[in-house]
Design a protein around this ligand. Structure first.
Ligand code: SF4
Length: 91
């Protein structure tokens, strides 16, 4: 009784399933890491944030501003009339 073909098929299926599981695990870890990286913000000090505008440059005219008082890249409360060196004007 020669069932070598069946063993090979079983092993191949196991290898394929294991590879798929590893790939899914790696993808999940990659997603978690990128989400953690995306959630990291720099301090107001490092961004040279100030609660006052700099000329006509102010947070509520910046693409990074998240109303009512947050920023994509800078930690803490952000005033709509504040400014930092990461300012990028809305177009
Ligand atoms: S100026 Fe700086 S603190 Fe203000 S919204 Fe833009 S990036 Fe954020």
């Amino acid at each position: 009784m020669n069932n070598g073909g069946n063993d090979c098929q079983r092993i191949s299926r196991r290898v394929a399933l294991t590879g798929t599981a590893l790939a899914l695990g790696a993808a999940a870890i990659g997603t978690a890491v990128s989400q953690a990286a995306a959630q990291q913000k720099i301090s107001q000090t490092d961004a040279t944030y100030q609660a006052m505008p700099k000329g006509d440059r102010r947070c509520d005219r910046c693409i990074n501003f998240q109303p009512p008082n947050a920023c994509k890249f800078v930690q803490g409360d952000i005033s709509p009339s504040g400014w930092c060196q990461l300012f990028s004007p809305k177009t």
